[in-house]
Design a protein around this ligand. Sequence first.
Ligand SMILES: [Zn+2]
Length: 341
Amino acid sequence: MFLASLFGTDNKPTFLELVSQEQLLLGLRPALERVLGRLGGEVPGRNWLRTLHQHTDEVWLFLLILLESRSLHSNGATVAEQFYGLRREPKRSDQTPRGQEMVFSRRIPFNSTLVWAGVLEAAVLPYLRVKLDAIYRDLYIRRQTNSRNAVGAFWKRHFLRLYPSLRSLDYFFTFIFRIMYLFQRSEYYSWPLRLQRTIIVRDYTAAGFRSRLSSGNCLQRSIDYVFRVGRFSLIFGLYLLRFIDWFRMNAERERREQFRSQSLPPPPAPLIPPHARNLLPGGCAVCHKRECVEPSVCLVSGYVFCDECLRGYIRVHHCCPLTRMAASEEDVRRLYLSEGQ
Ligand SMILES: [Zn+2]
């Protein structure tokens, strides 16, 4: 049973097909945002482009409504479903349970109620989820940071209280329907489809259906053509975008590796405060000898002193004698030069 839903039956699409068709258009929204951002930033004096960029979600919603309503109207499938060779079918009461043996000769017309229900599900619902999530996050943060009075309005308080439950119900039913579909306990892939009483099936009649559509008048045909070209470029653009992303990631990685292989320049010496500058004889800055006796380095600053001078100074002042950077006796290392000092 489980395997059957993984591999699918004759007309029932597999679980993986449904999951991937769901993901198909998701990659386009960031692309739209990037394009709008680029246009808004590069074309000076085009404030409306910047406004569009600020409302990428709404632009995306508008495009989706346009595309999906058209696609559902003419093909009985969303753009992504059609790409995977699937279509929607209203569930018939005389149908055999589990949808295994459906009659394909009789096609129930996809009426406008179903089209708009599909648009609601495929375009408006995801938009609402994103928007309401953002509003909730905003209100929640404002409540956490400000006093309770900041979120004063009646509806806001109730929204804060109710929204998490609503959202978890959404998640819960989505999860339940997926699991039930996977184990063939339900023919509906998601709860919105259950509400529409619509199932998704493999589209064997796609070719014939489309040719029937094209036999309309000239205007109808050209609209159909424009949308078909639009759909093709959409999907082509999606793959192009993935490729560009992959290419850029590779270039970035190469650049980083090149950078890593270059040797780093030595860091500059720590600054010495003005009052200590006259203490710099090139030897020990504590006892002013020309050469350090048993030279030792203060690790926090890198300056060299006599071992005894440095340890004595740090024990009293807890800092480097020259730079005054905090240091302890653990930061002292004896230096052994190759000349045998
Ligand atoms: Zn010294």
